[in-house]
Design a protein around this ligand. Structure first.
Ligand SMILES: Nc1ncnc2c1ncn2[C@@H]1O[C@H](COP(=O)(O)OP(=O)(O)OP(=O)(O)O)[C@@H](O)[C@H]1O
Ligand SMILES: Cc1cn([C@H]2C[C@H](O)[C@@H](COP(=O)(O)O)O2)c(=O)[nH]c1=O
Length: 216
């Protein structure tokens, strides 16, 4: 089981429709059964201000720099107002998307400069205390699904926002971006084969957390 005095920061990533949301609530229940307090949150969003930025960025046309800056502005507010306080209280933070999404979508998907994103990551994820390392997730669960399958699932589920309406070639670049992020920090990532029935994906997700002794 997890050390209940220590905060745990877990993020969930993948292209739109990969199946993250389907499993996050179940995981939260598993952590609660293990005696942990859970903060469930998402990006962009997670605070009233960041949710306003989310509505803008998901619906209003803008250039990739604007998009990246709004993602990081929302993230800074979310990090300081929600994530850091919850971790300081020793909670488990389950966050639907974080900075890997910015690299995958704005970087690999839109073609925005990765080194600029790296600088923004440094600025935004420093919590201000000298000597403190950059805030990064303890674990990132990547739901890997072929873009064609994700598109098929989403077409049956809801009307698309500005990102979900993009072509499968865009999502192929985003998926490649996630692969590159994982290659750059393999210890932090767990890759889930999301192209399976829901129950099989759930078994794989649980095993990632059981292996670490975090849930029963
Ligand atoms: N393993 C699966 N097999 C078939 N359909 C699935 C599977 N997992 C999820 N779905 C369905 O696919 C759709 C997208 O799933 P979900 O909302 O969990 O994805 P998501 O990764 O959270 O997407 P987004 O990031 O775009 O919000 C939903 O209609 C969901 O019911
Ligand atoms: C954090 C983040 C998100 N995005 C994109 C990815 C999705 O298309 C939407 C969020 O919608 P979801 O249903 O909550 O997954 O935003 C992005 O482009 N860059 C980011 O940093």
């Amino acid at each position: 089981m997890t050390n209940s005095t220590q905060g745990l920061f877990v993020t969930f990533e993948g292209i739109d429709g990969a199946g993250k949301s389907t499993h996050i609530a179940g995981l939260a229940d598993a952590f609660r059964s293990a005696g942990r307090t859970v903060t469930l949150t998402r990006e962009p969003g997670g605070t009233p201000l960041a949710e306003k930025l989310r509505a803008l960025v998901l619906n209003d046309p803008m250039d990739p720099l604007c998009e990246a800056l709004l993602m990081f502005a929302a993230r800074r507010h979310h990090l300081l107002e929600v994530i850091e306080p919850a971790l300081a209280r020793g909670e488990v933070v389950l966050c639907d998307r974080f900075t890997d999404a910015t690299f995958a979508y704005q970087g690999y998907g839109r073609g925005f400069d990765l080194s600029v994103l790296g600088s923004l990551e440094q600025w935004v994820q420093h919590t201000g205390q000298d000597g403190q390392p950059l805030r990064q997730p303890d674990l990132t669960v990547w739901f890997d699904l072929p873009p064609e399958v994700a598109a098929q699932r989403l077409s049956q589920a809801r009307s698309p926002d500005r990102f979900e309406a993009l072509p499968t070639e865009f999502f192929a670049r985003v998926a490649h971006g996630y692969g590159q992020r994982m290659a750059g920090d393999p210890q932090r990532f767990a890759r889930i084969s999301a192209n399976q029935p829901v129950e099989a994906v759930w078994q794989e997700v649980q095993s990632v957390f059981r292996l670490r002794g975090w849930i029963a």
